[in-house]
Design a protein around this ligand. Structure first.
Ligand code: UDX
Length: 456
């Protein structure tokens, strides 16, 4: 009956143009479509999703104000600056596009229920209010991190940075389990320039009709309750989205499928998978340290080196021929991998990760323990949860040095401490798995969300 009512309803989605934000938005689209909703995806020209991979959805592209050259150079540019630029340029094209969708729906039997867009868009609440369309916010961060948005400017103003070495491991009283040494990588080069951005996000979220989290009570029940108190809107934690639909179809890069036969030829739980996601950059020195650390560990590895990952390099040119040969003895290097499939492979026993929230959840759901090498922003908090709270990984504490990498890989993959971490990961995986099964907390939240959208 409820499903029948949803059949006459359309939801409009607007992802932030980053891989780590497009994946969850299109997975959410699939979840809602499976519950009877029709889907329209409005997207920028920059990092446009592949419409042909989602034939059941309607895709509408808008101008984002970036030039051809800016789009071409994006892999090696500061992506946060590009997003800031789009936030300034895309409001009017977005308004026109959304207005058109609403006008068309007036002539059809289908009603538009609401807009769901990323918490990183700054203008969408104003637009949706002007069109009298309810707006829901998709948060692609852990709720604990989003909850800190209102307090981050206060934390910055406390003057914890620069930090004396003696206080590096102290916890941040306003933001546990973060340590003071994590803060410089959260505020990065932006510093106080972040304050107005955070303020707008908090205000617009408080004026929205609700927040959807890719998370679950099993991972952060208290933070979800707190989120409801902070933002004073309904909260829906509907689980790791990839448990329902894979992210593979929304990949912006070509996935190198040769990893799978290579993994087939490896022993069970012997391979360390290495990937730093779609945004993080490292220096050439750090790159060479990782290469030597992996090579010296003597452990097989699958390493995703995204073109543009290494600052100032196109791809792997900083590696000498000798180092490439020694890496190839034990490992495989690809430009982009089918990550979910890789993590689910029986041969993968560890994940050296930047702890993006998608990667962290994907690793938990496959029961793969992690080595944490966060690059910034929410990754600093995710990695603390992995290493200090759930204790399902080891933290490199920013030491991108060959000896540290070799030590962490061997500890996780061959030593008894690694075995204990693996056991704890198995328990966490089972808990999260229960939440997405029929009757579990996330599963029930999808039902509640679907009915809520119906009521808007
Ligand atoms: C960023 C933030 O780091 C993240 O915390 C936030 O939630 C979204 O924006 P990103 O750095 O790209 O995202 O990391 P992550 O969240 O881990 O997302 C990467 C996605 O790309 C994952 O779904 C992963 O499966 C996929 N991926 C990554 C591949 O499919 N292949 C690869 O080789 C690497």
């Amino acid at each position: 009956m409820e499903e029948e009512k949803r059949k006459g309803l359309r939801v409009v989605l607007f992802p932030l143009p980053l891989q780590g934000c497009i994946n969850p938005m299109l997975q959410l689209a699939n979840i809602l479509h499976s519950r009877g909703f029709s889907i329209t995806v409005i997207h920028t020209r920059f990092n446009a999703p592949r419409a042909s991979s989602h034939p059941l959805f309607t895709f509408l592209q808008i101008q984002d104000g970036l030039s051809d050259a800016e789009i071409r150079d994006a892999p090696t540019s500061n992506v946060m600056s590009l997003l800031a630029q789009i936030n300034l340029s895309a409001e009017s094209p977005f308004l026109d596009c959304l207005n058109k969708v609403l006008l068309e729906s007036k002539d059809s039997s289908e009603k538009v229920s609401c807009l769901i867009d990323d918490c990183g868009w700054l203008f969408t609440q104003t637009v949706s209010e002007s069109l009298k369309l309810p707006r829901m916010v998709l948060c692609t961060f852990k709720a604990t991190f989003f909850n800190a948005y209102p307090t981050l400017p206060l934390i910055r103003a406390k003057g914890y940075i620069p930090l004396p070495d003696s206080e590096a491991e102290d916890s941040v009283p306003e933001f546990p389990p973060l340590q003071k040494r994590d803060l410089s990588k959260i505020f990065g080069e932006f510093g106080e320039k972040l304050d107005p951005f955070l303020l707008v996000v908090v205000e617009t979220t408080m004026n929205s009709s609700g927040i959807i989290y890719m998370s679950c009570e099993e991972l952060e029940k208290d933070s979800l309750t707190l989120s409801n108190e902070i933002f004073r809107v309904p909260i829906f934690a509907i689980g790791p989205f990839h448990s329902y639909f894979s992210a593979a179809s929304s990949s912006l890069f070509t996935q190198d499928e040769t990893c799978i036969p290579w993994l087939d030829s490896q022993e069970d739980k012997s391979v360390i998978y290495v990937s730093l996601g779609s945004v993080v950059n490292i220096t050439e020195t750090e790159f060479l340290e990782i290469a030597c650390g992996l090579s010296n560990s003597k452990q097989p590895f699958l390493w995703v080196i995204r073109p543009g990952l290494v600052l100032g390099a196109k791809w792997i040119e900083p590696l000498s021929e000798g180092l490439v040969r020694s890496l190839e003895e034990k490992g495989k290097i690809v430009k982009w991998a089918p990550q979910q499939e890789v993590l689910a492979h029986r041969a993968v026993g560890g994940f050296l990760t930047h702890n993006g929230w998608n990667s962290t959840l994907e690793s938990i759901c496959e029961g793969v323990p992690m080595i944490c090498l966060p690059g910034g922003w929410d990754q600093m908090l995710n990695s603390r949860f992995v290493s200090d709270i759930w204790k399902v990984g080891v933290h490199l504490e920013g030491r991108i040095e060959k000896k540290e990498i070799e030590k962490a890989v061997r500890m996780l993959m061959v030593e008894s401490e690694g075995e204990k971490i693996r056991e704890r990961m198995k328990v966490l995986k089972d808990e999260v798995e229960r939440s997405v099964k029929h009757g579990g907390s996330s599963f029930r939240s999808i039902e509640t969300l679907s009915n809520y959208l119906l009521s808007l």
